[in-house]
Write a protein that binds this ligand. Structure first.
Ligand code: GLN
Length: 316
């Protein structure tokens, strides 16, 4: 067993889960009604190890839209299908040092990285670009379900419609990128590219299913529940590198300093955290801090690192 003292481990996770619960910091996102209606008291923690041990505390069966966490998996899937070199022809690897939705490009006129909106729109546009929109959506749903070992992955159409209705900035980003010839020539419809990006933000998971998805990343791209390879090994390494440097918006530098683990957060209050070769963690609590990360999620990670030697450089 990868975690030999499983019950003592779970007891400490429970302690941290309970210690973080009373936190009342932060605000639930309000830019779309579907997120504004989320319960600020929702709080779930799920862990799945690379050998399939599971533990769940709190609201771990409640569905939520995965929002920006999709950026990590979309990149991993695109790079597995097309090769990392091809994908990085169109998007960089550098933290932007700017807001996640800022209108800016790097010195080669590419989005800075796949974890900001501009980069994620480009990455979405590359995925199965020869298929029609229905088949592309089905393709991604089946890839997500494979990565989650068949656990819950849904689609929230109300979130999709709201995202599309309030997408002025994402339209502005796409037009700016079109003007600067950021899209590959085979991408002919900018609105299709945006719709696909909004649809992927509107996929739903639960703490339980997302912990399996994170565990697949921890396990080098092989789902620990099914032993099926879902992500090629180089894209798996690459997405973890990008999550480490760019996964937590403008808190990414501080998060990698204090916590030292690859992670990705989303505006619904979801966070996935990967302990390579050990486990995937999903945290969900809707109130966000000023930088857009889940308050309880970040607090949980700091406490986790004070109890266990999971920081990337703890082993030195
Ligand atoms: N869907 C929203 C956008 O594209 C927010 C994504 C996120 O989780 N930050 O702007």
């Amino acid at each position: 067993l990868i975690v030999p003292s499983w019950n003592p481990f779970c007891n400490i996770i429970k302690e941290i889960f309970e210690a973080v619960r009373p936190l009342s910091d932060g605000d639930v996102a309000t830019y779309i009604p579907q997120l504004a209606r989320q319960n600020p008291d929702s709080w779930g923690v799920s862990i799945c190890t690379v050998d399939g041990q599971r533990v769940n505390f709190g609201d771990t069966k409640n569905p939520f839209c995965i929002q920006s966490v999709s950026k990590a998996f979309n990149y991993a899937i695109a790079a597995s299908d097309l090769g990392a070199d091809f994908v990085h022809h169109f998007v960089g690897q550098e933290p932007s040092g700017r807001l996640f939705n800022e209108i800016c490009l790097d010195s080669k006129n590419r989005p800075h990285n796949p974890m900001v909106n501009s980069g994620a729109i480009i990455v979405s546009s590359l995925i199965q670009s020869k298929m029609n929109m229905a088949d592309r959506f089905d393709y991604m749903l089946s890839q997500y379900r494979k990565i989650s070992g068949g656990e819950y992955v849904g689609f929230n159409n109300a979130v999709f419609l709201s995202e599309r209705l309030t997408a002025d900035r994402n339209y502005a980003l796409a037009y700016y990128m079109k003007e600067n010839k950021c899209f590959p020539p085979e991408v002919t419809s900018m609105t299709d590219a945006l719709d696909f990006y909004f649809q992927l933000c509107s996929l739903e998971g639960t703490c339980e299913s997302m912990s399996v998805m994170a565990a697949t990343l921890a396990n080098g791209g092989v789902c620990p529940l099914t032993e099926e390879r879902c992500i090629e090994s180089r894209p798996c390494r690459d997405v973890l590198s990008l999550m480490y440097s760019c996964g937590m918006y403008d808190y990414s530098g501080q998060f990698s300093f204090h916590v030292g683990l690859p992670a990705k957060s989303g505006v619904s209050g979801v966070m996935i955290v990967v302990v390579p070769n050990l486990m995937g963690i999903c945290l969900w609590s809707p109130p966000l801090d000023k930088l857009g990360n889940s308050c309880r999620g970040v607090a949980f990670c700091k406490e986790l690192i004070s109890r266990f030697n999971f920081h990337n450089y703890d082993s030195l």
